[in-house]
Design a protein around this ligand. Structure first.
Ligand code: FAD
Length: 453
Protein backbone atom coordinates (compact mmCIF):
# COMPACT_ATOMS: atom_id res chain seq x y z
CA UNK A 1 0.00 0.00 0.00
CA UNK A 2 1.29 3.49 -0.85
CA UNK A 3 2.46 5.36 2.21
CA UNK A 4 0.39 8.43 3.02
CA UNK A 5 2.22 11.76 2.55
CA UNK A 6 2.51 13.66 5.80
CA UNK A 7 2.77 17.41 5.22
CA UNK A 8 4.68 19.75 7.52
CA UNK A 9 2.00 22.37 6.93
CA UNK A 10 -1.37 22.61 5.28
CA UNK A 11 -2.95 26.03 4.85
CA UNK A 12 -6.72 26.17 4.81
CA UNK A 13 -7.73 29.04 2.54
CA UNK A 14 -5.34 30.86 0.22
CA UNK A 15 -6.18 34.50 0.76
CA UNK A 16 -3.57 37.13 1.61
CA UNK A 17 -2.88 35.56 5.05
CA UNK A 18 -1.74 32.16 3.85
CA UNK A 19 -0.28 33.65 0.68
CA UNK A 20 1.95 35.83 2.82
CA UNK A 21 2.93 32.78 4.87
CA UNK A 22 3.71 30.80 1.70
CA UNK A 23 6.01 33.60 0.53
CA UNK A 24 7.73 33.76 3.90
CA UNK A 25 8.27 30.00 4.08
CA UNK A 26 9.64 29.91 0.55
CA UNK A 27 12.03 32.82 1.05
CA UNK A 28 13.86 31.76 4.16
CA UNK A 29 16.51 29.13 4.65
CA UNK A 30 15.20 26.57 7.11
CA UNK A 31 11.61 26.58 5.96
CA UNK A 32 11.85 26.62 2.16
CA UNK A 33 11.99 22.84 1.98
CA UNK A 34 8.97 22.27 4.24
CA UNK A 35 6.42 19.95 2.73
CA UNK A 36 3.42 22.19 2.43
CA UNK A 37 0.25 22.78 0.48
CA UNK A 38 -2.72 25.11 0.57
CA UNK A 39 -6.38 24.34 -0.05
CA UNK A 40 -8.56 27.09 -1.50
CA UNK A 41 -12.24 26.79 -2.38
CA UNK A 42 -12.24 29.38 -5.15
CA UNK A 43 -11.32 28.03 -8.59
CA UNK A 44 -8.43 30.49 -8.81
CA UNK A 45 -6.86 33.15 -6.62
CA UNK A 46 -9.32 35.91 -5.74
CA UNK A 47 -9.32 38.71 -3.13
CA UNK A 48 -12.87 39.91 -2.40
CA UNK A 49 -13.63 39.78 -6.11
CA UNK A 50 -17.27 40.72 -5.60
CA UNK A 51 -16.25 44.09 -4.20
CA UNK A 52 -13.66 44.96 -6.82
CA UNK A 53 -15.50 48.11 -7.82
CA UNK A 54 -13.64 50.06 -10.49
CA UNK A 55 -12.55 53.09 -8.55
CA UNK A 56 -12.29 51.79 -4.98
CA UNK A 57 -8.94 52.28 -3.32
CA UNK A 58 -6.94 50.40 -0.77
CA UNK A 59 -7.36 51.56 2.79
CA UNK A 60 -3.76 50.80 3.49
CA UNK A 61 -0.48 51.97 2.02
CA UNK A 62 1.00 49.81 -0.75
CA UNK A 63 4.07 49.61 1.50
CA UNK A 64 2.05 47.27 3.69
CA UNK A 65 2.12 44.65 0.97
CA UNK A 66 2.79 40.97 1.68
CA UNK A 67 6.49 41.36 2.41
CA UNK A 68 7.97 44.86 2.68
CA UNK A 69 7.74 45.30 6.46
CA UNK A 70 9.63 42.05 6.90
CA UNK A 71 11.99 42.17 3.94
CA UNK A 72 11.92 45.12 1.51
CA UNK A 73 14.40 43.26 -0.71
CA UNK A 74 11.96 40.42 -1.42
CA UNK A 75 11.06 39.89 -5.08
CA UNK A 76 7.39 39.91 -4.01
CA UNK A 77 7.14 43.60 -3.06
CA UNK A 78 4.43 45.75 -4.61
CA UNK A 79 7.21 47.88 -6.08
CA UNK A 80 8.76 44.90 -7.86
CA UNK A 81 5.28 43.96 -9.10
CA UNK A 82 4.98 47.45 -10.63
CA UNK A 83 8.45 47.13 -12.08
CA UNK A 84 7.73 43.75 -13.68
CA UNK A 85 4.40 45.02 -15.02
CA UNK A 86 6.23 48.02 -16.54
CA UNK A 87 4.26 50.63 -14.58
CA UNK A 88 6.69 51.74 -11.88
CA UNK A 89 7.38 55.21 -13.27
CA UNK A 90 3.73 55.97 -13.98
CA UNK A 91 2.79 54.78 -10.50
CA UNK A 92 5.36 57.16 -9.01
CA UNK A 93 3.78 59.99 -11.00
CA UNK A 94 0.42 59.27 -9.39
CA UNK A 95 1.88 60.43 -6.05
CA UNK A 96 -0.53 58.13 -4.25
CA UNK A 97 0.15 55.54 -1.58
CA UNK A 98 -3.27 53.92 -2.03
CA UNK A 99 -3.63 51.87 -5.23
CA UNK A 100 -7.04 50.82 -6.45
CA UNK A 101 -8.27 47.48 -5.12
CA UNK A 102 -8.32 46.24 -8.70
CA UNK A 103 -4.58 46.88 -8.96
CA UNK A 104 -3.83 45.39 -5.54
CA UNK A 105 -5.83 42.32 -6.54
CA UNK A 106 -3.63 42.03 -9.59
CA UNK A 107 -0.55 42.32 -7.36
CA UNK A 108 -1.83 39.56 -5.04
CA UNK A 109 -2.66 37.34 -8.04
CA UNK A 110 0.83 37.95 -9.45
CA UNK A 111 2.35 36.74 -6.17
CA UNK A 112 -0.09 33.82 -5.93
CA UNK A 113 0.86 32.60 -9.40
CA UNK A 114 4.35 31.83 -8.14
CA UNK A 115 2.84 29.28 -5.77
CA UNK A 116 0.41 27.59 -8.16
CA UNK A 117 2.12 24.24 -7.77
CA UNK A 118 1.31 24.03 -4.09
CA UNK A 119 -2.27 25.30 -4.06
CA UNK A 120 -5.28 23.05 -4.59
CA UNK A 121 -7.85 25.46 -5.98
CA UNK A 122 -11.50 24.51 -6.20
CA UNK A 123 -11.45 22.44 -3.03
CA UNK A 124 -13.37 23.35 0.09
CA UNK A 125 -12.13 22.08 3.44
CA UNK A 126 -15.02 20.40 5.22
CA UNK A 127 -13.43 18.97 8.36
CA UNK A 128 -10.22 18.61 10.32
CA UNK A 129 -9.92 15.30 12.11
CA UNK A 130 -7.39 14.15 14.71
CA UNK A 131 -4.95 11.38 13.73
CA UNK A 132 -4.97 9.45 17.00
CA UNK A 133 -1.90 7.52 18.16
CA UNK A 134 -2.31 4.29 20.15
CA UNK A 135 -1.44 6.20 23.36
CA UNK A 136 -4.07 8.84 22.67
CA UNK A 137 -1.62 11.52 21.46
CA UNK A 138 -2.57 13.66 18.50
CA UNK A 139 0.59 14.34 16.51
CA UNK A 140 -1.08 15.02 13.18
CA UNK A 141 -4.34 16.16 11.64
CA UNK A 142 -6.34 14.88 8.70
CA UNK A 143 -7.68 17.64 6.45
CA UNK A 144 -10.79 16.59 4.57
CA UNK A 145 -11.75 18.61 1.52
CA UNK A 146 -14.20 18.27 -1.36
CA UNK A 147 -13.59 19.40 -4.92
CA UNK A 148 -16.07 20.86 -7.41
CA UNK A 149 -16.95 17.37 -8.72
CA UNK A 150 -17.88 16.18 -5.23
CA UNK A 151 -14.71 14.09 -4.81
CA UNK A 152 -13.34 13.90 -1.29
CA UNK A 153 -9.63 14.47 -0.56
CA UNK A 154 -7.81 13.54 2.64
CA UNK A 155 -4.38 14.87 3.55
CA UNK A 156 -2.38 14.47 6.73
CA UNK A 157 -0.32 17.28 8.26
CA UNK A 158 1.70 18.02 11.37
CA UNK A 159 0.66 21.68 11.34
CA UNK A 160 -2.30 23.64 10.10
CA UNK A 161 -2.63 27.31 9.27
CA UNK A 162 -6.26 28.36 9.20
CA UNK A 163 -6.75 31.52 7.12
CA UNK A 164 -10.36 31.31 6.04
CA UNK A 165 -11.30 34.99 6.39
CA UNK A 166 -14.80 36.08 7.32
CA UNK A 167 -18.25 34.79 6.47
CA UNK A 168 -21.10 37.11 5.50
CA UNK A 169 -22.99 38.25 8.59
CA UNK A 170 -26.74 38.32 7.96
CA UNK A 171 -28.55 39.71 11.02
CA UNK A 172 -31.78 38.05 12.03
CA UNK A 173 -34.46 40.33 10.58
CA UNK A 174 -32.91 39.73 7.15
CA UNK A 175 -32.05 36.04 7.48
CA UNK A 176 -35.74 35.10 7.59
CA UNK A 177 -36.38 36.84 4.24
CA UNK A 178 -34.48 34.16 2.33
CA UNK A 179 -32.07 34.90 -0.50
CA UNK A 180 -34.46 36.14 -3.20
CA UNK A 181 -33.38 39.71 -4.05
CA UNK A 182 -31.45 39.92 -0.79
CA UNK A 183 -27.71 39.92 -1.33
CA UNK A 184 -24.73 40.45 0.94
CA UNK A 185 -22.03 42.88 -0.15
CA UNK A 186 -19.63 39.92 -0.36
CA UNK A 187 -21.63 38.76 -3.41
CA UNK A 188 -22.32 42.24 -4.79
CA UNK A 189 -20.71 42.30 -8.24
CA UNK A 190 -21.79 38.82 -9.26
CA UNK A 191 -25.39 39.33 -8.10
CA UNK A 192 -26.33 42.98 -8.50
CA UNK A 193 -27.20 42.86 -12.19
CA UNK A 194 -29.57 39.95 -11.65
CA UNK A 195 -31.18 41.78 -8.73
CA UNK A 196 -31.27 45.28 -10.19
CA UNK A 197 -32.24 44.24 -13.72
CA UNK A 198 -31.51 46.39 -16.75
CA UNK A 199 -34.30 48.92 -16.37
CA UNK A 200 -36.60 47.39 -19.00
CA UNK A 201 -39.07 46.46 -16.26
CA UNK A 202 -39.06 49.94 -14.82
CA UNK A 203 -37.46 51.43 -11.75
CA UNK A 204 -36.07 49.41 -8.86
CA UNK A 205 -35.96 50.54 -5.25
CA UNK A 206 -32.91 49.10 -3.56
CA UNK A 207 -32.01 49.61 0.09
CA UNK A 208 -28.41 49.25 1.26
CA UNK A 209 -28.13 48.36 4.92
CA UNK A 210 -25.00 49.34 6.85
CA UNK A 211 -22.85 52.33 7.75
CA UNK A 212 -19.37 51.09 6.88
CA UNK A 213 -17.06 51.39 3.89
CA UNK A 214 -18.72 48.56 1.92
CA UNK A 215 -22.20 50.07 2.42
CA UNK A 216 -20.99 53.46 1.20
CA UNK A 217 -19.18 51.93 -1.78
CA UNK A 218 -22.25 49.90 -2.80
CA UNK A 219 -24.58 52.89 -2.38
CA UNK A 220 -22.29 55.06 -4.47
CA UNK A 221 -21.98 52.36 -7.15
CA UNK A 222 -25.77 51.93 -7.38
CA UNK A 223 -26.30 55.65 -7.85
CA UNK A 224 -23.68 55.90 -10.57
CA UNK A 225 -23.98 52.72 -12.62
CA UNK A 226 -27.72 51.98 -12.47
CA UNK A 227 -29.80 54.91 -13.75
CA UNK A 228 -33.03 52.99 -13.14
CA UNK A 229 -32.27 52.32 -9.47
CA UNK A 230 -33.49 54.51 -6.62
CA UNK A 231 -31.01 53.75 -3.87
CA UNK A 232 -31.54 54.24 -0.14
CA UNK A 233 -28.76 53.90 2.39
CA UNK A 234 -30.19 52.97 5.79
CA UNK A 235 -27.99 53.64 8.81
CA UNK A 236 -28.74 53.48 12.52
CA UNK A 237 -26.10 56.13 13.33
CA UNK A 238 -26.86 59.81 12.91
CA UNK A 239 -24.24 60.29 10.20
CA UNK A 240 -21.72 58.48 8.04
CA UNK A 241 -18.56 58.75 10.12
CA UNK A 242 -15.02 59.08 8.75
CA UNK A 243 -12.42 56.40 9.38
CA UNK A 244 -9.71 57.77 11.62
CA UNK A 245 -6.50 57.21 9.70
CA UNK A 246 -4.48 60.00 11.27
CA UNK A 247 -0.84 59.06 11.87
CA UNK A 248 -0.78 58.66 15.68
CA UNK A 249 -3.93 56.56 15.59
CA UNK A 250 -2.57 54.57 12.66
CA UNK A 251 0.21 53.31 14.90
CA UNK A 252 -2.24 50.78 16.32
CA UNK A 253 -1.81 48.93 13.02
CA UNK A 254 1.95 48.70 13.42
CA UNK A 255 3.24 45.20 14.04
CA UNK A 256 4.67 46.34 17.42
CA UNK A 257 1.20 47.22 18.64
CA UNK A 258 0.25 43.54 18.52
CA UNK A 259 2.62 43.05 21.49
CA UNK A 260 0.89 45.89 23.34
CA UNK A 261 -2.57 44.39 22.86
CA UNK A 262 -1.47 40.84 23.59
CA UNK A 263 0.19 41.86 26.87
CA UNK A 264 -3.09 43.24 28.27
CA UNK A 265 -5.59 41.44 30.46
CA UNK A 266 -8.76 40.31 28.72
CA UNK A 267 -10.53 43.50 29.86
CA UNK A 268 -7.59 45.62 28.80
CA UNK A 269 -7.57 44.10 25.31
CA UNK A 270 -11.31 44.62 24.96
CA UNK A 271 -11.07 48.22 26.03
CA UNK A 272 -8.18 48.96 23.64
CA UNK A 273 -10.06 47.44 20.74
CA UNK A 274 -13.23 49.34 21.66
CA UNK A 275 -11.28 52.62 21.91
CA UNK A 276 -9.99 52.26 18.35
CA UNK A 277 -13.01 50.63 16.74
CA UNK A 278 -13.64 53.70 14.62
CA UNK A 279 -10.52 53.00 12.62
CA UNK A 280 -12.14 50.01 10.97
CA UNK A 281 -15.80 49.37 11.80
CA UNK A 282 -18.87 51.38 10.73
CA UNK A 283 -16.68 54.10 9.26
CA UNK A 284 -16.06 55.34 5.74
CA UNK A 285 -13.13 56.99 3.96
CA UNK A 286 -13.54 60.74 4.07
CA UNK A 287 -13.41 61.35 0.26
CA UNK A 288 -16.25 58.87 -0.25
CA UNK A 289 -18.37 60.57 2.41
CA UNK A 290 -17.78 63.89 0.68
CA UNK A 291 -18.62 62.41 -2.69
CA UNK A 292 -21.90 60.96 -1.40
CA UNK A 293 -22.79 64.23 0.34
CA UNK A 294 -22.20 66.16 -2.86
CA UNK A 295 -24.24 63.70 -4.93
CA UNK A 296 -27.19 64.09 -2.54
CA UNK A 297 -26.77 67.87 -2.60
CA UNK A 298 -26.73 68.01 -6.41
CA UNK A 299 -29.98 66.04 -6.46
CA UNK A 300 -31.53 68.82 -4.40
CA UNK A 301 -30.22 71.43 -6.81
CA UNK A 302 -31.90 69.64 -9.70
CA UNK A 303 -34.99 68.86 -7.59
CA UNK A 304 -34.68 65.13 -8.26
CA UNK A 305 -34.15 63.48 -4.87
CA UNK A 306 -34.16 59.82 -5.95
CA UNK A 307 -31.36 58.60 -3.74
CA UNK A 308 -31.57 58.95 0.03
CA UNK A 309 -29.57 58.46 3.16
CA UNK A 310 -31.89 57.50 6.03
CA UNK A 311 -29.92 58.21 9.21
CA UNK A 312 -31.02 57.45 12.79
CA UNK A 313 -33.00 54.55 11.39
CA UNK A 314 -33.28 51.19 13.10
CA UNK A 315 -34.82 48.33 11.14
CA UNK A 316 -37.25 46.63 13.49
CA UNK A 317 -38.69 43.93 11.27
CA UNK A 318 -38.85 42.70 7.71
CA UNK A 319 -41.55 40.93 5.72
CA UNK A 320 -41.80 39.44 2.26
CA UNK A 321 -45.01 40.53 0.47
CA UNK A 322 -46.94 38.33 -1.95
CA UNK A 323 -45.58 40.19 -4.98
CA UNK A 324 -42.01 39.56 -3.78
CA UNK A 325 -41.45 43.07 -2.45
CA UNK A 326 -39.60 43.43 0.81
CA UNK A 327 -41.20 45.52 3.53
CA UNK A 328 -38.96 47.09 6.13
CA UNK A 329 -40.43 48.45 9.33
CA UNK A 330 -38.09 51.24 10.36
CA UNK A 331 -38.02 53.26 13.55
CA UNK A 332 -36.53 56.72 13.84
CA UNK A 333 -34.28 56.30 16.88
CA UNK A 334 -34.62 60.01 17.78
CA UNK A 335 -38.39 60.48 17.52
CA UNK A 336 -39.46 56.87 18.13
CA UNK A 337 -41.70 57.14 15.07
CA UNK A 338 -42.10 53.85 13.13
CA UNK A 339 -43.11 53.42 9.51
CA UNK A 340 -43.04 50.73 6.83
CA UNK A 341 -41.54 51.05 3.38
CA UNK A 342 -41.24 48.60 0.48
CA UNK A 343 -38.20 47.81 -1.61
CA UNK A 344 -37.51 45.55 -4.58
CA UNK A 345 -34.17 44.38 -3.25
CA UNK A 346 -31.73 44.73 -0.36
CA UNK A 347 -27.94 44.81 -0.26
CA UNK A 348 -26.72 43.87 3.21
CA UNK A 349 -23.40 45.51 3.96
CA UNK A 350 -23.63 44.12 7.46
CA UNK A 351 -20.08 42.86 7.87
CA UNK A 352 -18.51 39.48 8.48
CA UNK A 353 -18.50 36.79 11.17
CA UNK A 354 -15.08 35.54 12.21
CA UNK A 355 -16.07 32.19 13.69
CA UNK A 356 -15.84 29.89 10.65
CA UNK A 357 -12.76 28.17 12.11
CA UNK A 358 -14.81 26.89 15.05
CA UNK A 359 -17.00 24.72 12.86
CA UNK A 360 -13.99 23.53 10.86
CA UNK A 361 -12.13 22.46 13.99
CA UNK A 362 -15.15 21.04 15.77
CA UNK A 363 -14.02 17.38 15.46
CA UNK A 364 -10.89 18.28 17.44
CA UNK A 365 -12.79 19.85 20.33
CA UNK A 366 -12.84 16.70 22.54
CA UNK A 367 -9.00 16.71 22.45
CA UNK A 368 -8.46 20.41 23.05
CA UNK A 369 -9.55 20.97 26.66
CA UNK A 370 -11.77 23.89 25.76
CA UNK A 371 -8.90 25.79 24.06
CA UNK A 372 -11.20 26.69 21.17
CA UNK A 373 -14.10 27.90 23.27
CA UNK A 374 -11.72 29.93 25.44
CA UNK A 375 -9.93 31.31 22.38
CA UNK A 376 -6.67 30.34 24.01
CA UNK A 377 -4.17 31.45 21.37
CA UNK A 378 -0.47 32.21 21.95
CA UNK A 379 1.35 35.30 20.76
CA UNK A 380 2.61 33.22 17.82
CA UNK A 381 -1.05 32.64 16.75
CA UNK A 382 -0.81 29.02 17.77
CA UNK A 383 -3.76 27.48 19.53
CA UNK A 384 -2.58 26.49 23.00
CA UNK A 385 -3.27 22.77 23.15
CA UNK A 386 -2.92 20.13 25.89
CA UNK A 387 0.47 18.35 26.03
CA UNK A 388 -0.94 15.22 24.36
CA UNK A 389 -2.04 17.32 21.38
CA UNK A 390 1.20 18.02 19.53
CA UNK A 391 -0.18 18.89 16.11
CA UNK A 392 0.06 22.65 15.66
CA UNK A 393 -2.82 24.86 14.71
CA UNK A 394 -2.18 28.49 13.74
CA UNK A 395 -5.12 30.86 13.47
CA UNK A 396 -5.00 33.89 11.20
CA UNK A 397 -7.73 36.51 10.97
CA UNK A 398 -9.77 35.25 13.91
CA UNK A 399 -7.60 36.52 16.76
CA UNK A 400 -8.80 40.11 16.95
CA UNK A 401 -9.81 39.63 20.59
CA UNK A 402 -6.27 38.69 21.60
CA UNK A 403 -4.04 40.32 18.97
CA UNK A 404 -5.91 43.51 18.12
CA UNK A 405 -7.67 45.23 15.26
CA UNK A 406 -4.96 44.57 12.69
CA UNK A 407 -5.63 40.84 12.89
CA UNK A 408 -8.37 40.83 10.23
CA UNK A 409 -6.54 43.28 7.95
CA UNK A 410 -3.48 43.35 5.73
CA UNK A 411 -1.53 45.60 8.12
CA UNK A 412 0.61 43.01 9.89
CA UNK A 413 0.61 40.17 7.35
CA UNK A 414 4.31 40.37 6.49
CA UNK A 415 5.35 40.27 10.11
CA UNK A 416 2.68 37.81 11.24
CA UNK A 417 3.84 35.31 8.65
CA UNK A 418 7.38 35.77 9.98
CA UNK A 419 6.19 35.05 13.52
CA UNK A 420 4.27 31.96 12.45
CA UNK A 421 7.17 30.70 10.34
CA UNK A 422 9.55 31.13 13.27
CA UNK A 423 7.19 29.23 15.53
CA UNK A 424 6.75 26.50 12.93
CA UNK A 425 10.46 26.16 12.37
CA UNK A 426 11.54 25.85 15.92
CA UNK A 427 9.36 26.93 18.77
CA UNK A 428 7.46 24.27 20.64
CA UNK A 429 4.31 24.42 22.68
CA UNK A 430 6.24 26.08 25.51
CA UNK A 431 6.65 29.16 23.33
CA UNK A 432 3.03 29.42 22.39
CA UNK A 433 2.29 32.07 25.00
CA UNK A 434 5.55 34.03 24.65
CA UNK A 435 5.75 37.49 23.12
CA UNK A 436 6.74 37.62 19.47
CA UNK A 437 10.20 38.96 20.11
CA UNK A 438 11.05 35.86 22.13
CA UNK A 439 9.51 33.58 19.56
CA UNK A 440 11.53 35.22 16.82
CA UNK A 441 14.77 34.71 18.70
CA UNK A 442 14.16 30.99 18.70
CA UNK A 443 13.20 31.05 15.03
CA UNK A 444 14.92 30.05 11.86
CA UNK A 445 18.18 31.32 10.38
CA UNK A 446 17.36 34.50 8.54
CA UNK A 447 19.62 34.35 5.49
CA UNK A 448 17.58 34.89 2.35
CA UNK A 449 17.65 32.28 -0.36
CA UNK A 450 16.22 32.37 -3.84
CA UNK A 451 12.66 31.13 -4.03
CA UNK A 452 12.72 27.59 -5.29
CA UNK A 453 9.26 26.50 -6.35
C1 FAD B 1 -14.22 44.59 0.27
C2 FAD B 1 -13.09 44.49 1.24
C3 FAD B 1 -12.04 45.36 1.15
C4 FAD B 1 -10.97 45.27 2.05
N1 FAD B 1 -9.97 46.18 1.94
C5 FAD B 1 -8.97 46.13 2.82
C6 FAD B 1 -7.89 47.08 2.76
O1 FAD B 1 -7.87 47.97 1.90
N2 FAD B 1 -6.90 46.99 3.68
C7 FAD B 1 -6.90 46.03 4.65
O2 FAD B 1 -5.97 45.98 5.44
N3 FAD B 1 -7.89 45.12 4.73
C8 FAD B 1 -8.92 45.15 3.86
N4 FAD B 1 -9.93 44.24 3.97
C9 FAD B 1 -9.90 43.21 5.06
C10 FAD B 1 -9.57 41.80 4.58
O3 FAD B 1 -9.94 40.91 5.59
C11 FAD B 1 -8.11 41.57 4.27
O4 FAD B 1 -7.78 42.43 3.23
C12 FAD B 1 -7.74 40.17 3.76
O5 FAD B 1 -8.67 39.71 2.81
C13 FAD B 1 -7.52 39.14 4.86
O6 FAD B 1 -6.95 38.00 4.25
P1 FAD B 1 -7.30 36.48 4.69
O7 FAD B 1 -6.45 35.62 3.87
O8 FAD B 1 -7.16 36.42 6.17
O9 FAD B 1 -8.84 36.33 4.40
P2 FAD B 1 -9.58 36.27 2.98
O10 FAD B 1 -9.05 37.29 2.06
O11 FAD B 1 -11.04 36.32 3.28
O12 FAD B 1 -9.20 34.84 2.41
C14 FAD B 1 -9.68 33.66 2.96
C15 FAD B 1 -9.68 32.60 1.87
O13 FAD B 1 -10.06 31.36 2.42
C16 FAD B 1 -10.93 30.69 1.52
N5 FAD B 1 -11.73 29.74 2.29
C17 FAD B 1 -12.65 30.01 3.24
N6 FAD B 1 -13.16 28.87 3.74
C18 FAD B 1 -12.53 27.85 3.12
C19 FAD B 1 -12.62 26.44 3.21
N7 FAD B 1 -13.44 25.85 4.07
N8 FAD B 1 -11.85 25.68 2.38
C20 FAD B 1 -10.99 26.27 1.51
N9 FAD B 1 -10.87 27.60 1.40
C21 FAD B 1 -11.62 28.40 2.18
C22 FAD B 1 -11.72 31.81 0.88
O14 FAD B 1 -12.23 31.40 -0.38
C23 FAD B 1 -10.67 32.91 0.75
O15 FAD B 1 -10.00 32.88 -0.48
C24 FAD B 1 -10.99 44.30 3.08
C25 FAD B 1 -12.07 43.42 3.19
C26 FAD B 1 -13.11 43.51 2.28
C27 FAD B 1 -14.28 42.59 2.43
Amino acid sequence: MKKETVFDLIGVGFGPSNLSLAVRLAEERGTSDMKQCYIERQPEFGWHRDMLLDDCRMQISFLKDLVTQRDPTSRFTFINYLFERGRLNEFVNLKNFYPTRVEFHDYLSWVAQAFDDRVHYGQSVKAIEPVLEANGDVNALRVVSRDEDGREWRRVTKALSVGVGGTARVPEPFASLGPHNVIHSSAYLSSIERVAGDGRNGKKRIAVIGAGQSAAEVFSDLTRRFPHVDATLVIRASALKPADDTPFVNEIFSPEFTDVVFAQSEDGRRSLIERFRDTNYAVVDRPLIEQIYEMLYLQKVSDDTRHRLLANTAIESTARRANGEIELTMRDVLTGHARAERFDALVLATGYRRDTHLALLDDLAPHLDDALAQRNVGRDYRLVTPSKFKARIYLQGCCEDSHGLSDTLLSVLAVRSDEIAASLAGAGQEHAAQPAADTRKTGVSRGRVAVAL
